[in-house]
Design a protein around this ligand. Structure first.
Ligand code: FAD
Ligand code: NAD
Length: 466
């Protein structure tokens, strides 16, 4: 039986990064993945393929709507969906092969099959061909998550689909009904709206991306409406059914009256649930908490001292970069170090266009905590760079402590917000004041000048270009 210092179960961004860091720290490491392709949800059916389709569909949208204004004329523009999906598959392949390369480079043993605990140190690995056992001093569970559904809805994977099927459609829906106005609904809704589908979003709460600063969802709603989205807020979905090529979604409107939506595809995007099926947690004695998550302490250690858990399968945001940080943290703990994650500074991003990004506390959270703060806001409409690229929708908002000027939150919607938020994360990690950012030189013309201007606005209305 092969013996390891560490066995990692699951090869998503949590698991494969944990394995690399363990190997870097001199621990003999194995990774167990049930699928032949490494990379988990993120690389195979999540972050990477969705961004590939978002980029392709955005090129088409721009070719259709803005090229002419730039002085570029096209004829016979059309979408080749098969080619778009093939390119996406190729991008996925390059990334998953990249992870396999990294495993080899770091001398990590890859075991393909379902990993199931036999005890707290023994793991059985089973695939169609064989079953074997390995032994590990420590284990890291990184088994991720799967799409959730709602009572009364059976996902048939043909007409009533999850994000996984939405990344592989053979045709552009005529009318895509999306249950859930969160990240997946808006990203994948954007893909198909840009390609010509009518998109209706049925959302339970009163706003889009309800967990982010409220101003972001409001602005995004305005932009997406112009792209042809329709929104139904405060609607409680009660069922969905498919008959032939038609789907019907039933819901209760804000007054509780029944309503029906008819389309040809229904994307269920109401969140994801932690995945622990077949893991044999009972044999290892690992305890769960509510909502199917594995219970962990502040060091990501389960109740069984030599077993840790990270990523989507434990509490916190279901984000690839959160899973990665946790993978590094556990590896370093196992090597005797004392790492720390500042969960308040894990940024959240939505890859619509304009992109949406936020870090730190939202205005709603500050109000609820009764904390005094200053707000500085700068619209992209006033940015020279944004005018040059015709990306003038959106703004940057900086929230700073009223007495110390420390930046408490940065929330933005605009061009390249996904990349720009990194500056805010660095600033907040070093506990910068809004004035610090206002006094740092930002290259001109760049979108990042909007962050500087918003920071200046937060320190006594000193914005220079507004
Ligand atoms: P996962 O990536 O889910 O990996 C878990 C792995 O464990 C899987 O490969 C699974 O097969 C394997 N596994 C499970 N059980 C076993 C077992 N018993 N034995 C062996 N292997 C097992 N996040 C972002 O930060 N940015 C984005 O842009 C983004 N876009 C997304 C888009 C979509 C459509 C979706 C669905 C998700 C997106 N996410 C995004 C979320 C992100 O994918 C997850 O947060 C991330 O993948 C979680 O990583 P993980 O390592 O915890 O688990
Ligand atoms: P989500 O939590 O972002 O959004 C789910 C939405 O569905 C919410 O707005 C919620 O109010 C709504 N909802 C719940 N029940 C409903 C009902 N009965 N009727 C109508 N609406 C209902 O979840 P998601 O969009 O499915 O994404 C799942 C996870 O994947 C998220 O945690 C997210 O962090 C991650 N993800 C991240 C990215 C990214 O970082 N860019 C992209 C995609 C997914």
């Amino acid at each position: 039986m092969s013996q390891y210092d560490v066995a990692v179960i699951g090869s998503g961004p949590g698991g494969y990064v944990a394995a690399i860091r363990c190997a870097q720290l001199g621990l003999k490491t194995a990774i167990i993945e049930k699928y032949a392709n490494l990379g988990g949800t993120c690389l195979n059916v999540g972050c990477i393929p969705s961004k590939a389709l978002l980029d392709s569909s955005e090129h088409y949208h721009n070719a259709q709507h803005t090229f002419e204004i730039h002085g570029i004329e096209l004829q016979n523009l059309k979408v080749n969906l098969k080619q778009m999906i093939d390119r996406k598959r190729d991008v996925v392949k390059q990334n998953t092969e990249g992870v396999s390369f990294l495993m080899k480079k770091n001398k990590i043993d890859v075991h393909t099959g379902v990993g199931s605990f036999l005890s707290n140190t023994k793991i059985q690995i089973t695939n169609g061909k064989e079953s074997k056992e390995i032994e590990a001093k420590y284990s890291i569970i990184a088994t991720g998550s799967k799409p959730s559904s709602l009572p009364g809805i059976t996902i048939d994977k043909k007409r009533i689909i999850t994000s996984t099927e939405a990344l592989e459609l053979q045709e552009i829906p005529k009318h895509l009904i999306i249950i859930g106005g969160g990240v997946i609904g808006l990203e994948l809704g954007s893909v198909y709206a840009r390609l010509g589908a009518k998109v209706s979003v049925v959302e339970y709460t009163d706003s889009l991306i309800p967990t982010m600063d409220r101003a972001l969802g409001k602005e995004l709603q305005k932009v997406l409406k112009k792209e042809g989205f329709e929104f139904f807020f405060n609607h409680k979905v009660t069922g969905a059914s498919a008959k032939g090529k038609a789907v019907t979604v039933t819901a209760e409107d804000p007054k509780g009256a029944p309503v029906e939506f008819k389309g040809d595809y229904c994307l269920v995007a109401v969140g994801r649930r932690p995945y622990t099926d077949g893991l044999g947690l009972d044999k290892a004695g690992v305890q769960m908490e509510d909502r199917g998550r594995i219970a962990v302490n502040d060091h990501l250690q389960t109740n069984v001292p030599n077993i840790y858990a990270i990523g989507d399968v434990v509490r916190g945001a279901m984000l690839a970069h959160k899973a990665e940080e946790e993978g590094v943290m556990v590896a370093e703990i196992l090597a005797g170090q004392k790492p720390h994650i500042n969960y308040n500074l894990i940024p959240g991003v939505v890859y619509t266009w304009p992109e949406v990004a936020g870090v730190g506390l939202t205005e709603e959270q500050l109000k609820e905590a009764g904390r005094k703060y200053n707000v500085g806001k700068f619209p992209f409409l006033a940015s020279g760079r944004a005018r040059a690229s015709m990306d003038t929708a959106g703004f940057v908002k900086v929230l700073a402590d009223a007495s110390t000027d420390e930046i408490l939150g940065v929330h933005m919607i605009g061009p390249r917000a996904a990349d720009m938020i990194a500056e805010a994360v660095v600033a907040m990690e070093y506990r910068a004041s809004a004035e610090d950012i206002g006094r740092i030189s930002h290259a001109h013309p760049t979108y990042t000048e909007a962050l500087k201007e918003a920071a200046l606005a937060a320190t006594g209305n000193r914005s220079l270009h507004l």
